[in-house]
Design a protein around this ligand. Sequence first.
Ligand code: AMP
Length: 145
Amino acid sequence: MSQEKQANYDDNNIFAKMLKGEIPYHKVYEDDKTLAFMDIMPQAKGHVLIIPKQQAVDLADLEPEFATAVLMTAKKVMAAQRQVFEREGIIQMQLNGSEAGQTVFHYHLHLIPSSIHELGRHAVTQADQTELANMAKQLTAAIAT
Ligand code: AMP
């Protein structure tokens, strides 16, 4: 993880704990600067989150090299979502600040296979763990090919 820690960054947020290996998650992809995993309360089937390995609260804190890395990972994940879920429409979303509805204060990009007109509610309904694990496996395999 980059040492460029922001003063307002809480080391104990849930995504920081994932990066430290302290809590489980359904991994889709990882490289030296990013981690992608299944959203546990998806707004549509196949909802993935991408986080930088930098202690950034929101977009304002994100260093250019991590911004680039997040987008490069997003391109890989989106291609895999299109292949696995056989749909073209993928929403890219990112919330900055609690006023915008941000609930986890480590920067993350949402990639949601959905139309904006069909999007489910934000962070409300927990998905089945086995289904999430299966989707993560399929997406990982699609990225690797
Ligand atoms: P935001 O409100 O933009 O900060 O989004 C936070 C996202 O994290 C929501 O979509 C939640 O469903 C998701 N989330 C919260 N806890 C977990 C977790 N343990 N594993 C995966 N996703 C999570």
